[in-house]
Design a protein around this ligand. Structure first.
Ligand code: ZN
Length: 137
């Protein structure tokens, strides 16, 4: 089951500058930063009510964020939905005809397991599914 919009991911060129900008916009600073080596991104998170804004800066030229910015410029990169059972949701969405980019959920930022749906199957919006990781893993 999809529970809520967990966060909105925004691709930025310079996360330090964007942290300042979003601090001004939201009236409070980001509460954490995290590098996701496997994706070649540096992230920072802001809380907005029960939702979050995730800023993403590429750390390598072959990072998906670098490619995104090259093609489209800075801007909204993905919308993340929190799910209660990511494996079940991947199965359900595949059955519904969505194109799943990662069949096996992987470790993302913010202690989450993540998977993505291809924008071609979701009206041009990259969709992230995320589930809080438990201590068992
Ligand atoms: Zn995200």
């Amino acid at each position: 089951m999809i529970k809520k919009v967990e966060h909105i991911g925004i691709a930025v060129k310079d996360i330090k500058e964007s942290n300042k900008l979003f601090k001004k916009l939201l009236g409070k600073p980001h509460y954490k930063t995290e590098n996701v080596e496997s994706e070649g991104v540096k992230t920072s998170f802001f809380k907005v009510g029960t939702n979050k804004i995730e800023l993403l800066e590429a750390t390598r030229e072959d990072s998906p964020i670098a490619k995104f910015i090259l093609k489209k410029g800075e801007g909204v990169h993905h919308i993340a939905f929190e799910v209660d059972d990511i494996v079940a949701e991947i199965k359900r969405l595949k059955r519904e005809g969505f194109k799943v980019l990662i069949e096996t959920p992987k470790k993302g930022a913010d202690n989450k397991l993540v998977a993505f749906l291809h924008p071609k199957s979701t009206n041009g919006v990259l969709i992230e599914l995320c589930q809080e990781r438990t201590n068992k893993e």
